[in-house]
Design a binder for this molecule. Structure first.
Ligand code: TXA
Ligand code: MG
Length: 304
């Protein structure tokens, strides 16, 4: 059939060969699809930046198969990271810790910390378990655009540049992992995700309020942005006048989990349908709602 059919599938052996020889894979995870390359190879890592159009200073997450593997990437693994990893891995949580000297500068953007995650998606786990290196995997979209949550989204954005896409079906969470900085005594949430602040507090006792300084380079105010204008409202009543004018209104309030799963497909569809505007009724900030609000605020923010 098509060239695309040939480049998408569930062939782990093929993915192992491509990764080992420095190629790029579309990798399904429970959050979003990643653009994966071996994390110990400066050339492979630099291809990831090039293909995404991502500024070199924006550090990447290293994905590994287990907590044991994660410890090896840090020279100062601490009890906070240990407790959080033990509780939430494999799963949608990324931990920032002091890096080991073996982690290459291309991955960390020269920082003395590294971000690490153990994903739970079965195909990601199978691939990672077959490798003796970790995988960098930023979301498999062009820089600043909407993250992919299906193999088809990856092909739409980066089809010409990936060697193979592992098709793991639609992502179950739908928004990127929670990022928690455990590199200092104050545990700080850098990006909200499916693992909530309450979840983190239940393990480490407390978190420090966002410090304001950008501990996560590349976390921009405008991001996750479709071409279509996004307007967010807090209540259905605020959406009435839009509806009356024929503007599409989407309810993210009643079922935030299912909305999170569909969020990036919805934003992509708005662009495909060349809509000028969509109005979204925000969920409350509980549970996954916090992450959904964060992404929608960023999608709605004015472009730089
Ligand atoms: O769910 C996810 O995390 C997905 C899937 C594919 O695993 N990956 C993902 O990667 O969202 P990416 O590159 O799109 O976002 C990673 C974020 C960046 O915005 C960066 O700021 C932050 O992680 N990051 C990476 N290394 C860091 C470090 N050492 N210190 C602080 N932030 C870091
Ligand atoms: Mg991203």
């Amino acid at each position: 059939m098509s060239r695309e059919a040939h480049r998408v599938g569930v062939d782990i052996e093929r993915a192992v060969v491509i990764i080992t020889s420095g190629g790029l894979i579309g990798l399904p995870t429970e959050t979003v699809y990643g653009l994966a390359a071996r994390a110990d190879d400066p050339l492979a890592v630099s291809k990831v930046f090039e293909v995404k159009g991502r500024p070199r200073g924006h550090p990447l997450i290293i994905h590994v198969s287990s907590l044991d593997r994660a410890r090896l990437l840090s020279e100062q693994w601490n009890e906070r990271a240990e407790a959080l990893g033990a509780r939430f891995w494999p799963g949608p949580l990324t931990l920032v810790v002091r890096r080991a000297s073996t982690v290459i500068n291309e991955v960390t953007g020269g920082l003395d910390t590294v971000a690490i995650r153990v994903p739970s998606h079965p195909l990601a786990r199978q691939l990672l378990e077959r490798l003796d290196v970790g995988l960098v995997a930023p979301s498999a979209n062009l820089f600043g655009r909407v993250s992919p949550t299906t193999a088809e989204h990856v092909l739409d954005d980066l089809g010409g540049s990936v060697d193979y896409v592992l098709d793991g079906g639609p992502c179950l969470v739908g928004v990127e992992s929670t990022i928690v900085d455990c590199s200092t005594d104050d545990v700080e949430i850098l990006r909200p995700g499916a693992v909530t602040e309450a979840d983190i507090v239940s393990v480490v006792g407390s978190t420090s309020p966002a410090s304001g300084r950008t501990r996560a380079p590349g976390m921009l105010r405008s991001h996750y942005a479709p071409n279509c204008a996004i307007v967010t409202v807090e209540a259905e009543s605020e959406a009435v006048s839009f509806r009356e004018r024929g503007v599409l209104v989407i309810d993210a309030h009643s079922d935030p989990e299912s909305f999170a799963r569909d969020l990036y497909s919805i934003l992509r569809r708005c662009d495909e349908e060349s809509r000028d505007m969509v109005v979204i009724v925000l969920p409350s900030a509980d549970g996954i709602g916090g992450a959904v609000r964060d992404r929608l605020m960023k999608a709605a923010a004015p472009r730089p």
